[in-house]
Design a protein around this ligand. Structure first.
Ligand code: OAD
Length: 238
């Protein structure tokens, strides 16, 4: 099945890669839902990845994100990330990456203009709307740090359960999905919306790249059963 998809890549003037946690699995970043190794196999999402959980126990949630940041700093983009970035450099403006991943590995591989739908774990922001003191005053170190004047907390700049996606990134991804002729859906279980909805809403061809079945398989033009690092170089390298 790979040869027809290679031809679709050659024919498409507008391509979207929609990536999920499986994109980074071969870099050593655990996925969320894979039994045994997935992050949610060991933690309850509602205890960690919600605003309510952070307000109830900021130190615990912050420290978990710090440990994930440290882990992600130690890993490297894999052959899949590099194949995408190299394609974008050879064909400027032809391929857009929209990712659910917060690990920054597409960006580190050299992909321009990545639409980070769920934020970026390397960044943080104010928990409550910042007052003048938050921007200018001293910040108290701690776990997490807080504004020394009003106590506002710093939080990871990732999207938690129940939160809106960043509006500009989502709008750009929806537009790219609406306009593309081919969407490669890489390493996502397809259960989390609105990201999964991008694959269902496009009128272009959709191809899933995943070693396991996903929720999107019924609605796509082809399923390539394999890993991101193995398949993407075969599809995107000339
Ligand atoms: P999941 O953990 O739900 O799914 C990972 C997918 O990657 C599964 O379908 C695996 O079969 C597949 N996979 C595993 N290894 C792979 C490999 N080497 N190559 C390709 N695919 C592989 O992760 P996501 O679908 O990304 O949201 O999860 C979506 C969102 O749910 C995450 O962004 C996160 C989570 O809750 C937030 O935190 C807001």
């Amino acid at each position: 099945m790979i040869e027809p998809v290679r031809q679709w890549v050659r024919d498409a003037s507008r391509i979207v890669v929609l990536s999920g946690a499986g994109m980074s699995a071969e870099s050593g970043v655990p996925t969320f839902r894979d039994a045994q190794t997935g992050l949610w196999a060991n933690f309850r999402p509602e205890e960690l990845a919600t605003e309510q959980a952070f307000r109830a126990n900021p130190a615990m949630v912050w420290d978990w994100y710090v440990s994930r940041r440290r882990m992600i700093e130690r890993v490297q983009p894999n052959a899949g990330h590099f194949a995408i970035a190299a394609f974008q450099q050879r064909h400027p403006g032809r391929l857009t990456v929209a990712t659910q991943n917060v690990d920054g590995l597409h960006q580190r591989a050299g992909s321009p203009g990545v639409l980070a739908l769920h934020g970026n774990i390397a960044d943080d922001r104010w928990l409550d709307p910042p007052r003048a003191c938050c921007r200018q005053g001293p910040v108290l170190d701690g776990s997490p740090s807080r504004c020394a004047t009003c106590g506002n907390l710093r939080r990871p700049a990732v999207v938690w359960f129940g939160e809106m996606l960043p509006a500009a990134e989502l709008a750009a991804a929806e537009e790219a999905a609406a306009r593309c002729e081919l969407m490669l859906v890489v390493g996502t279980s397809g259960v989390v919306y609105p990201a999964a909805g991008l694959a269902r809403s496009t009128r272009g061809r959709v191809v899933v790249l995943n070693p396991q079945p996903s929720e999107l398989d019924d609605a796509v033009d082809a399923v390539l059963a394999g890993t991101a690092a193995a398949l993407l170089p075969q599809l995107l390298e000339e």
